[in-house]
Design a protein around this ligand. Structure first.
Ligand code: 9MR
Length: 373
């Protein structure tokens, strides 16, 4: 008995030491709560960015394709698909046992002009565009059936006031282009999770529009399983209450929530409105780019607190939040360096330009109730 309890104590001590010494990881800290993802770029997919890949393998258990599965990349010409990078993307996720996301199928950006036109350059009619959309979705989703677990089916279909955006999809097909896109994706892979993905859904008017949209889709039996709250946030927006309310509202509709593109801007706002509209392009000036030589510690701490506060909300809703995906691995990778102003030095993520964890990383680990490294 004595020997047995001594051995047990020794094992416990060794076990504890091993736990205490293991470097903290994001995926480990949130194990059982939700998966932790990152959007990955071509250099990470091909292995050229070895440092980025090491961080991805150590820290993340989900990936999203930053650009390679968008229509213009994967289907640049009517009769030509290019699956070179997407195939490597899916193989990377499988090799590392990650939850693999597909982004995205139907969007008004990064879609070639030919998609909406016939050989003579005239706009297609409803049936022809639906046929083209179906063909694209069946080809892309079908290729990765059972391998890509979740698709962003329709991206950014709403205006800020909650009305439907008058994209060419909407103008040519009509409002039901959204339902059709989900139906085609479901036909192509009945097991895949299917998401409506957008930004600014924490704002009331746009959120109301999204709630109406999801409610209608559900009532019609459209196979939507989740809403993606992109999470292109700032130090002050959305408030913790707005975030909390948005997740609660979607949970009531019996859909899951993915925080799908998280990053937090610390730079002075260049646009009047909080947005993630990729077409914005504002002139650079020094006042808009104050941290070229590094982020002051006070801002570093603000960012850390902000991340901890948001993760507190995600954890509170761990029953409905399935995934929290960062839009990039390191600050150097982020689209925020070039949007909405080109050539700024931005600090929106958890890893710095040298790939080192920032104070915000420790704060996110601690928010899970884990000791930071
Ligand atoms: O991060 C992406 C960037 O590299 C591209 O240039 C940009 C072009 O449209 O798209 C960025 O990703 C966007 C995502 O696909 C949808 N939501 C907003 C994201 C940031 O713009």
């Amino acid at each position: 008995m004595q020997v047995r309890s001594t051995v047990l104590t020794a094992l416990l001590v060794i076990g504890f030491a091993a736990t205490a010494q293991a470097p903290a990881s994001l995926k480990g800290a949130y194990q059982g709560d939700f998966v932790i993802g990152a959007a990955i770029n071509a250099a990470q997919i091909t292995g050229e960015d070895a440092r980025g890949d090491a961080t991805l393998k150590a820290q993340f258990n989900s990936i999203s394709p930053e650009n390679c599965l968008k229509w213009e990349s994967v289907h640049p010409q009517p009769d030509r698909y290019d699956f070179t990078i997407p195939d490597l993307y899916v193989a990377f996720g499988e090799k590392n046992h990650m939850f693999i996301v597909g982004h995205n199928l139907v969007w008004h950006n990064q879609v070639p002009a030919w998609v909406f036109r016939d050989d003579k350059g005239s706009l297609l009619d409803r049936d022809a565009l639906l046929a083209r959309m179906r063909d694209h979705i069946h080809t892309v989703v079908g290729r990765y059936k059972g391998r890509i677990q979740s698709w962003d089916v329709v991206n950014e279909a709403l205006n800020e006031d909650g009305t439907l955006r008058q994209s060419l999809w909407e103008k040519i097909i009509g409002d039901d282009y959204i339902a059709k896109a989900f139906q085609y994706a479901h036909e192509a892979d009945p097991q895949a999770q299917l998401t409506y993905n957008d930004y600014n859904l924490e704002n009331e008017a746009k959120r109301k529009g999204a709630i109406a949209l999801v409610t209608k889709l559900k009532a019609e039996g459209v196979p939507i399983t989740s809403v993606g709250l992109q999470g292109h946030d700032s130090l002050t927006w959305p408030t913790v209450d707005q975030m909390d309310a948005a997740i609660s509202d979607f949970a009531k509709l019996d859909v899951k929530v993915a925080i799908s593109e998280l990053d937090i801007d610390v730079l002075p706002p260049a646009a009047r409105q909080q947005t993630a509209d990729v077409t914005l392009n504002i002139q650079q000036n020094a006042a808009l780019n104050p941290y070229v030589n590094g982020l002051p510690d006070s801002v570093q701490q603000q960012l850390a607190k902000r991340y901890a506060d948001l993760f507190g909300v995600f954890l509170k809703h761990r029953d409905v939040v399935t995934r929290v995906t960062f839009w990039g691995v390191t600050d150097g990778d982020s689209w925020r360096n070039d949007w909405p102003v080109r050539g700024r030095t931005s600090y929106p993520l958890l890893f710095d330009r040298a790939g080192q964890p920032k104070a915000a990383f420790d704060a996110v680990i601690r928010a899970a109730g884990q000791p930071a490294s």
